[in-house]
Ligand binder design. Structure first.
Ligand code: HEC
Length: 292
C-alpha cells in the first residue's frame, strides 16, 4: 500500500473518531443542559401554582367565607385543590406538553386520578414518610419528562370532614362527586402528590439532531481535508520522489548523466535530490575517468 494511502487512511480514521467523540460529548452536554432547563422550568411552574394556592388560602378564602352563607358548598370558592386543578387546566391548554397533577389514589374529582406513573411516585412517598419531594427523569406514555413532585399528606382531622366517611360528608359534595370515590382517607395517609411533568422529548430530539449534524459536517470536512492532503502529497512528495527514483534508476544504468537533477524544494526531499545529484556527478566523473 502506498505511503500516501496509508497516511490518508490513518488521518481519516483518527479524524472520524475525533468527530464522533465530539458529537457524543455534544449530545451528552445538550442532554444535561436540557434536563437542567427542564428542572428549573418544573420548579417555576410548581412554585407558581403553589403560590397561587397559598394566596387563595390566606387572602381569598377567608373573604369568601365572610360573604357566602355558612355551610354553602361551592368548590370553586372554597377548595384550593379546585383552584389548582382549574389553573393547571388553563395552563395545559396553552402548554399542552406540560402536565400538572394533583395525582390522587382515590380522588373526588376523577381528573385527579393517579395513573400508573403517578402511582409509582406516590409509592416512593408512602415508603419513605420523611421524603418531602422527589424529582428526576421519567418515561411516560413513551415520552421523556422531567418530574418534580411533593407528597400531600392528610395532616388534619378537618380533611376527613369531606374525605372521610361519605355518610358524614357534605351532602352537596355527594351530589356533585358521588359517594363511591374520594372517601375513607385516613389521618396520616399520603393520599396524593402534586406532580409537574416537564417535557424533555423535544430537547432530546434536538440534541440528537445537532449530534448527527456535527458528524455529517465533520465527515464533509474530513473528505475535503483528505482531498487537499492527497493533492499536497501528490505534488510535494509523490511527484518528486518518483522523479528521483527514475533518475536514480537512470544513474544506475549510466543514462542521462549530464542532465542536472532539479531540486526545487528546500526540505528533506530537496536534500535527497541534492544527494542523488551529487551521486550523478560522481558517477559521471568516474565514468569519464574510466573512459580515458
Ligand atoms: C369542605 C370539604 C373539604 C375539605 C375540608 C377538604 N377537602 Fe379536599 N377536596 C374537596 C373537594 C370538593 C375536592 C374536589 C376538588 C375538585 O373539584 O377538583 C377536593 C380535592 C382534594 C384533593 C384532590 C384529589 C381529589 O379528591 O379530587 C386532595 C389531594 C385533597 N382534596 C386533599 C385535602 C386535604 C389534605 C385536606 C385537609 C387539609 C382537604 N382536602 C380538605 C373537599 C374538601
Amino acid at each position: 500500500m502506498s505511503i500516501r494511502i496509508r497516511f490518508l487512511i490513518l488521518i481519516g480514521v483518527l479524524s472520524l473518531l475525533a468527530t464522533i467523540g465530539i458529537a457524543f460529548a455534544s449530545y451528552q452536554f445538550s442532554l444535561h443542559n436540557a434536563v437542567e432547563e427542564a428542572k428549573s422550568k418544573g420548579h417555576i411552574v410548581f412554585d407558581y401554582l403553589d403560590s397561587s394556592r397559598s394566596y387563595f388560602k390566606t387572602h381569598m378564602r377567608p373573604k369568601v367565607f365572610e360573604i357566602i352563607p355558612q355551610g354553602e358548598f361551592i368548590p370553586e370558592l372554597i377548595s384550593s385543590f379546585t383552584l389548582t386543578r382549574g389553573v393547571s387546566d388553563e395552563f395545559h391548554k396553552k402548554n399542552p406538553d406540560y402536565v400538572f397533577k394533583q395525582a390522587t389514589i382515590d380522588p373526588l374529582h376523577l381528573d385527579n386520578k393517579a395513573d400508573q406513573d403517578d402511582l409509582k411516585i406516590i409509592e416512593t412517598f408512602k415508603n419513605d414518610p420523611n421524603k418531602t419531594f422527589d424529582e428526576g427523569t421519567i418515561t411516560r406514555k413513551g415520552q421523556s419528562y422531567y418530574f418534580f413532585a411533593k407528597p400531600i399528606k392528610i395532616n388534619s382531622p378537618n380533611c376527613l370532614r369531606c374525605h372521610g366517611d361519605p355518610a358524614t360528608a357534605p351532602p352537596e359534595q355527594i351530589d356533585m362527586y358521588g359517594s363511591d370515590h374520594g372517601y375513607n382517607w385516613k389521618l396520616g395517609d399520603i393520599a396524593s402528590a402534586y406532580i409537574v411533568y416537564v417535557p424533555l422529548q423535544q430537547a432530546i430530539a434536538q440534541a440528537k439532531k445537532s449530534a448527527i449534524n456535527l458528524v455529517a459536517i465533520g465527515a464533509g470536512a474530513i473528505l475535503v481535508m483528505m482531498l487537499i492532503l492527497w493533492i499536497f502529497f501528490s505534488m510535494y512528495v509523490i511527484k518528486p520522489i518518483t522523479m528521483l527514483e527514475q533518475r536514480a534508476t537512470e544513474i544506475s544504468l549510466g543514462k542521462n548523466l549530464s542532465e542536472p537533477i532539479a531540486t526545487p524544494s528546500n526540505d528533506e526531499i530537496g536534500s535527497l535530490g541534492r544527494s542523488v545529484d551529487r551521486l550523478r556527478i560522481s558517477v559521471e566523473k568516474m565514468l569519464h575517468r574510466f573512459k580515458k
